[in-house]
Design a protein around this ligand. Structure first.
Ligand SMILES: [Zn+2]
Length: 372
């Protein structure tokens, strides 16, 4: 299904050095589920010059609007929140036990550096782990496996009082320290590209529309939703409020070509081969066909996959909101989801932006999305 990519070489890039600078800043800024405000502020500051108005809702979903007076509403959406941990219990020795905040991966935690977001600012800490020497010396027990209830953080504080004096409290959120970096062959690595790359991409779509002086025959709502990682909650709230006529959602999807992933179950999608489109009941067939035609006309490669009862993305929240909203999912392939080394390919970023941009130019209030 994938066609050969013609675009995306450095010379024809639609993205500027300012764009990449913003991406780096945005990715390195922590945005834990339920505590997304600082990321939302960064994002809105970047977006404001490219929209006519903006607002935020009660839980911090941020929206930029082009043509706010238009009755027909089209949404492009991503989610702003990042999986993280909650401080749950501090023991007498000052070690901190945690709860998950979203689907954070316990298997990668041992030995990682984190920031605890406390009352006095960021507190550096580490996920402690017994040394290999002390593990293998104990011949009658199996190697310990990292589990949520056995993982702990060490701040240096040697009792509960010392930890609290650092500003750490029950309910402080915890994020990894790892940040953005560029790798060989146009790969990027970062923490929570899921889905802040989406926030970046929809902002770039708005920038390109404004800079290319495109006039849209409808109101465009550029939505960066909170709380996706705990059940698509931010999208649910904002979909009800906006009552859009069409929604285009972007999120990450798995590159299934790395080891230990079963392609007979997960299908085949790879980084560097273009955005991925999904068939599934929540994905509107006619809208999907428009996106596919748009890709073909513009020489943009796409990778198809099938989803079952749900897409597992905010697409579900928009599709099933209100009286039903024709929705489509445009995903960007990503390796190692929910780890701190999420990798994606620069050309996929550009092509996903272009596919959303060109699709928007093909839509109007007259677009026929009737099933029968
Ligand atoms: Zn996720």
């Amino acid at each position: 299904m994938a066609k050969t990519a013609k675009s995306g070489t450095a010379s024809s890039s639609i993205l500027t050095s300012k764009s990449w600078e913003f991406l780096k800043k945005y990715i390195d800024n922590p945005s834990p589920v339920g505590f997304e405000s600082s990321g939302q502020r960064l994002w809105l500051d970047y977006l404001k010059p490219y929209v006519d108005s903006h607002f935020t809702d009660a839980y911090g979903t941020a929206v930029g609007v082009v043509n706010p007076a238009a009755p027909f509403k089209v949404v492009i959406e991503a989610h702003a929140d990042e999986i993280s941990w909650f401080v749950n219990y501090i023991n007498a020795e000052g070690l901190i036990y945690l709860k998950r905040n979203g689907g954070v991966d316990h298997q990668i935690a041992p030995g990682m550096r984190v920031f605890i977001h406390g009352k006095k600012g960021q507190v550096p800490a580490v996920f402690g782990w017994p040394a290999i020497h002390t593990r293998i010396a104990n011949t009658d027990s199996k190697e310990p496996q990292p589990k949520v209830d056995s993982l702990f953080l060490d701040t240096g504080g040697r009792n509960k009082k010392e930890v609290e004096e650092l500003g750490v409290h029950i309910g402080s959120v915890v994020t990894y320290q790892d940040g953005y970096a560029e790798m060989g062959y146009d790969y990027l690595v970062g923490r929570a590209f899921d889905n802040r790359v989406g926030g970046f991409m929809i902002a770039e779509v708005a920038r390109l529309l404004r800079e290319n002086r495109k006039k849209l025959p409808y109101g465009l709502y550029v939505v960066n939703a909170v709380q996706e990682e705990v059940g698509l909650r931010g999208a649910e709230m904002i979909a009800r409020r906006l009552r859009p006529d069409i929604a285009i959602i972007t999120d990450v999807t798995h590159d299934t070509t790395t080891p230990m992933i079963n392609k007979t179950i997960e299908g085949e999608v790879a980084c560097g081969k273009g955005p991925s489109l999904a068939f599934g009941p929540a994905v509107h067939n006619k809208l999907l066909a428009i996106v596919q035609e748009t890709a073909e006309k513009n020489g943009l490669p796409v990778q198809m996959r099938a989803v079952s009862r749900s897409t597992g993305t905010d697409t579900d929240s928009f599709a099933y909101a209100n009286d039903g909203c024709p929705s489509v999912l445009i995903s960007i392939p990503l390796r190692y989801m929910h780890t701190t080394v999420e990798m994606l390919h620069r050309r996929d970023v550009e092509q996903t932006i272009r596919l959303m941009y060109e699709t928007l130019l093909n839509l109007s209030p007259k677009t026929n999305l009737s099933y029968l």
